[in-house]
Design a protein around this ligand. Sequence first.
Ligand code: FMN
Length: 387
Amino acid sequence: MSNFGSMQNAIYNAGLQGILPDYPVDFATLEQRAHEALGPMMTNYVAGGCGDEHTQDVNASAFHHWGMIPRMMVDCSERDLSIELFGMDLPTPLFMAPIGLNGEATQDRHGDMAAARASAETGVPFSVSTLSNDPLEDVFGACGNTPAFFQLYTPRNRELAQSLISRAEQSGAKAIMVTLDTWLTGWRPRDLNASNFPQLRGKVLQNYFSDPVFRSLLEKSPEGDPKAAIMLFAAIFGQVLTWEDMAWFKDATDLPIVLKGICHPEDVRKAIDHGADAIYCSNHGGRQANGGIATIDLLADVFAAAGDVPVLFDSGVRSGTDAVKALAMGARAVGVGRPYTYGLAIGGAAGAAWVLRSILAEADLLMAVNGYPDLTALREAGVQRTD
Ligand SMILES: Cc1cc2nc3c(=O)[nH]c(=O)nc-3n(C[C@H](O)[C@H](O)[C@H](O)COP(=O)(O)O)c2cc1C
């Protein structure tokens, strides 16, 4: 049984001693403070999205047109927010979405390590991105007893892809999340206007630079000739994937394969037919394609098509209320994205842990007030469109 909501008592009790919280509990204040900490270039990269950012905006606002009806006279004095995923019992239904710029989000530029420590502290699994300022071995090592996943940007070079997967396996990854929507970068006006693409400046490439296969493709080491290493990264970053590639992934690892970026029920069915172990419904937070539909509006159909196969979800989750709505619609686990990176920006590991705990506390208290003692009751109650 969880009691994430007790964070609220701790905050009010500290207030009686004259102590205010170090970090905010609401997204608007968090975002504002994080933008100040990150500065304009980084804010553009993290906060920005594709085109006029309509998809990104509706990802978050669409949660408002879903609502829940509370149930009364139910004993909710104890809540159970635990889930089962890939044979593991996890204490929370959240996970940290892969964010390839975490490394740059903290002042010491080791934000991936800070994110991993936040995961260790909170029990919320971390999805370690291919793009990282610290090698994945170190990042997995910092996750403590909390299980972690590896997110793969599949490179064009299959040996390198295999090497990354094998390194993740050896580091204890519990699943491989293959991101499908990013074999190239979407049109991001904020970054284009500032002519800023961090990877081309050599940032967050340590998983490549530390990789034996990647290094073997270079004449000089990445330390000796960083420019050549960056150019090699740019040349081999993105492999266009088709359903035929699933056989290769299934061969490459025994770990569960999670396909990230699936939004269409027909793709859900194809993914399952081709051996996917989980569906990850996401539109990359609106960073890759504009002109889309909020993922929360697509989740019910994705869930229906997935049957018993677990559905992970992200894009637009800003609060515990959002997370509860996604869980009510059938998500097995809900991914927190930008909010925890903003937590890293304002407070490193402690800031990210605070953000995750706030989301859990709000979710827990909402379930308590609404009469849902556990996720099964929540799912039975469901959500309704309010417009
Ligand atoms: C700055 C930034 C970097 C990201 N990097 C990755 C990445 O390396 N791999 C990946 O699969 N998704 C990446 N994503 C997408 C997230 O995993 C997630 O889908 C998205 O953040 C969800 O949207 P939200 O943050 O608006 O809720 C990134 C998102 C942001 C904001």
